[in-house]
Design a protein around this ligand. Structure first.
Ligand code: CP
Ligand code: NVA
Length: 301
């Protein structure tokens, strides 16, 4: 695998191969078995948006693989002063063995891969969040045993998380149903992809989407970069909270996932969040293991 730019680029089989390697690396990590697959290799990390989990899990992950990371924050580098991504790509490719980037436009990530000569990993764009969804899929399979016959539902904004969950969930064989208000639906590219799957449904009714679901997922109503729309979004998403009423529509043993950070009382109630905290923080831990698998698949020889 040359890059991880978006899950649309991967086959279901490739996603499962990443998850299998992630499971193995998690086992080895828990049992103190060294796995220096990327000994001496350097990962450059570019951040044009804030991060806690992505920043720490990638840095710890590359270290556990025998490599090391260099972090470049946009506001402390020439990227923040407008140096074109095409030039940044060609410069960094001469210093590092792989680049993880968190930015706004998906086109930035695609240009980095096009102009650079090292693997590029998408650590979140406005369009998608593939690393997070690999961790989500890993957690779902860990808890449920397999993807066969499962229904995943996402309640909320047609944002980067919803986009990647639709693609990832359908590619590994789950039924996917999403509920979002009119005006906040996923982009056309995602809906065109999903139209090829009978087991995809889109509705504006959270209760309908959650009916008999095995996995219930949500994310913030206002993503990074949309802060000025907060009030408008709070009004539009009223009624899209994962609370006990909504969970009653799902299967009794349904699990809950949230990429974090969470806003209790907005997209998820404090009660539901705490009742499913184990699953949610396992999901956060699995960022580490899933991303180590991505690093090995892209930067390994
Ligand atoms: N879920 C996630 O990507 O977290 P951070 O924004 O903290 O990296
Ligand atoms: N949709 C959120 C995800 C944060 C991890 C955002 O883009 O801000």
């Amino acid at each position: 695998m040359k890059h991880l730019l978006k899950l649309l680029d991967l086959t279901g089989e490739e996603i499962l191969e990443i998850l299998n390697l992630a499971d193995q690396l998690k086992y080895e990590t828990k049992h103190g078995i060294d796995h220096p697959h990327l000994k001496g290799k350097c990962l450059g990390m570019i951040f044009e948006k804030s991060s806690t989990r992505t920043r720490v899990s990638f840095e710890v992950g590359i270290n556990q693989l025998g490599g090391y990371a260099v972090v470049l924050a946009a506001d402390c580098s020439q990227i923040g002063r407008g140096e074109p991504v095409q030039d940044t790509a060609r410069v960094l490719s001469r210093y590092v063995d792989g680049i993880m980037i968190r930015t706004f436009g998906q086109d930035e990530v695609e240009a980095l891969a096009e102009y650079g000569s090292v693997p590029v990993i998408n650590g979140l764009t406005d369009f998608c969040h593939p690393c997070q969804v690999l961790a989500d899929l890993m957690t779902i399979r860990e808890r449920k045993g397999s993807f066969a016959g499962l229904k995943l539902c996402f309640i909320g904004d047609g944002n980067n998380m919803m986009n990647s969950l639709i693609v990832g969930g359908l590619k590994v064989g789950m039924a996917v149903s999403v509920a979002c208000p009119e005006g906040y639906r996923p982009p056309r590219e995602i809906l065109e992809f999903a139209a090829g799957y009978e087991q995809f449904t889109l509705t504006d009714s959270p209760l309908e989407a959650a009916k008999d679901a095995d996995v219930v997922i949500t994310d913030v109503w206002t993503s990074m970069g949309q802060e000025e729309e907060r009030a408008k979004r709070e009004a539009a998403f009223k009624g899209y909270c994962i609370d006990e009423t909504l969970m009653a529509a799902a299967k009794p043993d349904a699990m809950v996932q949230h990429c974090l950070p969470a806003h209790r009382g907005e997209e998820i109630s404090a009660e539901v969040f705490e009742a499913h905290a184990d699953e949610i923080f396992e999901e956060a831990e699995n960022r580490l293991h899933a991303q180590k698998a991505v690093l090995v698949k892209t930067m390994g020889c």
